[in-house]
Design a protein around this ligand. Structure first.
Ligand SMILES: [Zn+2]
Length: 143
């Protein structure tokens, strides 16, 4: 089996309704970069659309302080800090910090936002990791 086969096999294995098992968390962590690139490319080819606009987007990356304005994406997600567990702290991360310290894209682990400029105004729209049941808003994951 190759890496792509493992990735696709994992997608099939961990599709709903498996919510938050340790095995799924390990898959999301191991394949976070693959999920990130897949989501961006699915959007680039028009296969998936943008979701809700972030009502109060951050100005900079919480980890490296890079300004997010002008960046293509940011991730509101859990980090691998403080033991890399389900209790690790969350941060608004630029893509570089997400690659180094993010734990994944998915409900309960991280939301991917894409920057879009419309009529000169920058907005951030959900591209991945929202509530699969569509009940909660991305910025209120546990309500
Ligand atoms: Zn950063």
């Amino acid at each position: 089996m190759n890496e792509l086969h493992d990735f696709v096999d994992g997608l099939m294995t961990f599709q709903r309704p498996d919510h938050g098992s340790p095995q799924k968390s390990a898959f999301m962590l191991e394949h976070r970069v693959g999920l990130f690139i897949t989501l961006l490319n699915l959007h680039n080819v028009g296969a998936i659309s943008l979701g809700a606009e972030h009502p109060d987007p951050p100005e900079s990356c919480d980890l490296c302080s890079k300004l997010l304005s002008g960046q293509p994406v940011f991730i509101d997600g859990q980090t691998q800090r403080d033991g890399n567990t389900q209790f690790s702290p969350w941060a608004n991360m630029c893509s570089d910090c997400f690659m180094q310290e993010g734990r994944g894209i998915g409900w309960g682990v991280g939301q991917l936002y894409r920057g879009v400029i419309t009529d000169g105004q920058e907005g951030w729209f959900l591209l991945g990791g929202g509530d699969p049941d569509g009940v909660s808003t991305p910025t209120e994951p546990w309500s």
